[in-house]
Design a protein. Structure first.
Length: 395
């Protein structure tokens, strides 16, 4: 049996000529949009072995151990850090696509209040990540379509529920694929390529972290949807990590690690298409180290906030006010009705708990008047925004 160093290199994509019929009048520069173009033809990967060298193998094993260790640490904690880390991962994945919003706006969108379009898109990404984790036991085409539906059913419902039925391309050209940076495979090839990818993603004979990186890169190469491929592809990362049991409790914010150097991440995807898997495996491994580092700071900061709050609250430890603290860590914007639903108490008792937290300096009202009031936990918003700022800084 060959050693990892002796295995053949990963196959690069091929290209095929496809006809292109522009719907625009062929005049002036628009003539550039007519005539045949080259679409990529990715290799099938279901049965391939991953070409490792010893250094890359050691790096991925160490990164996998860090992910599992952090997941176990956070899983033992009573506070609702799983929800917070899921939100942090979703916001970071969206930010890679230049969809950005502060924690306050995202929290308003989660509550169903008026919020920016970007904040609503990020909440859609939270739903996609939740779908990825819940479906991780069986990652098939239905699961991928469900992730995509959860992501875009409210903002772009016409494209969910099926693979793309049109040619897409990556780059600045609006006239056609001829001058694009990368042209994914023709739509006719997508179903078979996705079946092949999902067979690879469900194998149990591969190192999980490397398998995750390659499955993600192959997904981005296939580009099975008209929109949302990057975010669904990073949801797939979480699904494979959970399915492979590297994570059991939380979504470790790997996308926040990728944010440290998005140029290198995109270059690694390009290298994968040229037949070099090392950069994308290394990129995901190093992003995992960064995610764990930043995630530990986030958890410690929130534990500090929680401890400080509890020291200020003048109420019994089993009171609704103290129980509301745990809610606010994962949902830092709250109204009386939402608090009542979370705590299982009447709206009147929820309001009493809110008032106690206002008196303790935990909550601040951010709406005017006495009707439909909304309160904010500024300390949680600050900690989440600091996490996002650290994710963008290179160490």
């Amino acid at each position: 049996m060959p050693t990892p160093e002796e295995k053949s290199p990963w196959p690069s994509i091929r290209y095929e000529e496809r006809p292109w019929h522009s719907l625009q009048h062929e005049s002036g520069s628009q003539r550039l949009a007519s005539g045949p173009y080259l679409a990529s033809v990715p290799a099938f990967i279901a049965d391939l072995q991953i070409p490792f060298d010893s250094e890359l193998n050691a790096l991925t094993e160490e990164a996998a151990s860090e992910l599992a260790r952090f997941d176990a640490e956070v899983g033992k904690m009573a506070a609702p850090f799983a929800s917070i880390l899921l939100l942090a991962e979703s916001a970071a994945s969206s930010k890679i696509e230049h969809i950005t919003s502060g924690a306050r706006e995202i929290a308003l969108a989660e509550l169903g209040e008026r919020a920016s379009e970007n904040a609503q898109l990020i909440v859609g990404n939270v739903r996609a990540m939740q779908a990825a984790l819940s479906l991780s036991g069986s990652i098939d085409g239905t699961a991928i379509l469900e992730m995509h539906r959860a992501l875009l059913e409210r903002s772009n419902p016409g494209i969910v529920g099926h693979w793309r039925d049109q040619q897409v391309w990556i780059g600045v050209s609006i006239l056609g694929p001829h001058t694009a940076q990368f042209v994914p495979p023709h739509q006719d090839r997508v179903p078979e390529l996705m079946d092949d990818l999902l067979t690879f993603a469900n194998r149990v004979d591969l190192p999980v972290l490397a398998q995750t990186a390659i499955a993600h890169a192959q997904f981005e190469t296939i580009h099975p949807f008209p929109d949302g491929n990057g975010r669904v592809g990073r949801s797939l990362i979480q699904a494979i990590l959970r399915g492979g049991e590297l994570t059991r409790n939380v979504a470790v914010p790997v996308s926040a690690g990728l944010l440290r150097n998005t140029g290198r991440y995109f270059d690694a995807l390009g290298a994968y298409r040229s037949g070099n898997v090392t950069p994308i495996i290394r990129s995901i491994a190093e992003a995992s180290f960064a995610a764990v580092h930043n995630g530990r700071i986030l958890v410690a900061d929130l534990e500090g906030v929680q401890s400080e709050w509890r020291g200020r609250i003048r109420a019994r430890q089993d009171s609704a006010a103290h129980r509301l603290v745990g809610v606010l860590l994962r949902q830092p914007v709250i109204g009386a009705a939402a608090a009542a639903a979370q705590l299982g108490v009447s709206t009147v008792n929820a309001q009493v708990a809110i008032d106690r937290l206002v008196d303790a300096g935990v909550l601040t009202q951010i709406t005017d008047g006495r009707r439909n009031r909304i309160w904010l936990a500024p300390d949680v918003v600050r900690v989440l925004d600091e996490f996002a700022a650290r994710a963008k800084r290179r160490r």
